[in-house]
Every structure is written in structure tokens, then in C-alpha cells.
Design a protein around this ligand. Structure first.
Ligand SMILES: [Zn+2]
Length: 174
């Protein structure tokens, strides 16, 4: 690893004065190299009662199914990132509906922010990171070939919320 400030490769682990964590610190210029979780953004994208799923063309988990999601870029809002990912992976035009869930994946140093989005039209096709894309009813989802645990969490969180909304309608009759 090289110092991003001076280019030196003399990096040591130490706890800077007043800090709570050990950090990578450049011995040459005292620059502290902060390491923080990456932000992943994506969405459970629905069209009527169907869910947009993408079969991964790249590792990790090539050949398995996922939601349109990926790393947030600099100078991009989380909503813009989710919209971009859906287009990159499935040429899908989506509208963000609501925030669905936030997951702290400490073991992989990620924060995942998942929205519920709605597919604007049916013109979808695989982007460069997808082998195949499709719209699946709940029971048609390839549950035995899902790429990441958070995909299952997000789909289930959507289902829970949907049921909650149904309940609310009954609870507040006009
Ligand atoms: Zn340095």
C-alpha cells in the first residue's frame, strides 16, 4: 500500500492521538489513511406482481441471480445510483418508490441501501454485467440460485411491507 499523500510505501498500523481506532498511518508524512465501508445501492424493482432479477455475468457469484445493485459512485446520490445500476444491468428504466431497507454488512465492509422501485416499461435486456434478466412472480424467483443473502432479505422485506400496507388498508376504512 502507498500513501495517497506522498507516495511512500512506509505505512504502519497505529492509533493516532485522540482516535478510537487503529489506522494505517504514513511514516513519512503522518497522513492517516482512513478505511470505511463501501456503499452499495440497489432496488427491489417491481412491475405489477413481478420482480426484476438479473443473472450475474461476472464474479463473484457468476451465474446466480441478484437484484439490480452495485457500488455508489462519487458525486452521485443513492437514488441516482440505484437508477443507474438498474439501467447498467438490465437496461431497465425505473422510478424510485420508497426506501426499503438498510443493511450493515460488517464482515464485507459494506452498507447496502435498498429501495423499492417500479419498472417504467417492459424494455429490458441484459447489460454487460448480466447473462440474463427477467421479470418473475414471487413463486417463479430462482430461490435456489440467489447470489447474495441480502437479495433474499430485501425481497422478504418488500413482501413484509406489502403485507403491512394491505393490513393498513383494512385498519383504516373510510
Ligand atoms: Zn505519506
Amino acid at each position: 500500500m502507498f500513501c495517497s499523500n506522498c507516495g511512500s510505501n512506509s505505512i504502519q498500523e497505529k492509533k493516532p492521538d485522540g482516535d478510537t481506532h487503529f489506522r494505517k498511518v504514513c511514516s513519512a508524512c503522518d497522513n492517516i489513511i482512513y478505511e470505511n465501508p463501501k456503499v452499495v445501492v440497489g432496488s427491489v424493482c417491481t412491475y405489477e406482481n413481478k420482480f426484476l432479477m438479473c443473472k450475474r455475468a461476472i464474479d463473484p457469484q457468476k451465474g446466480l441471480w441478484t437484484l439490480p445493485a452495485g457500488y455508489l459512485e462519487n458525486n452521485e446520490s443513492v437514488e441516482e445510483g440505484a437508477i443507474r445500476e438498474a439501467y447498467e444491468e438490465a437496461y431497465a428504466k425505473i422510478k424510485i418508490n420508497s426506501l426499503l431497507a438498510i443493511y450493515s454488512l460488517k464482515h464485507v465492509e459494506q452498507v447496502q441501501i435498498l429501495f423499492h422501485s417500479k419498472l417504467v416499461d417492459l424494455n429490458i435486456k441484459p447489460g454487460i454485467e448480466s447473462l440474463e434478466v427477467g421479470l418473475f412472480e414471487w413463486n417463479e424467483i430462482h430461490w435456489d440460485s440467489i447470489a447474495f443473502p441480502s437479495v433474499v432479505w430485501a425481497l422478504n422485506n418488500f413482501k413484509e411491507r406489502q403485507n403491512l400496507d394491505t393490513f393498513k388498508v383494512y385498519k383504516n376504512p373510510i
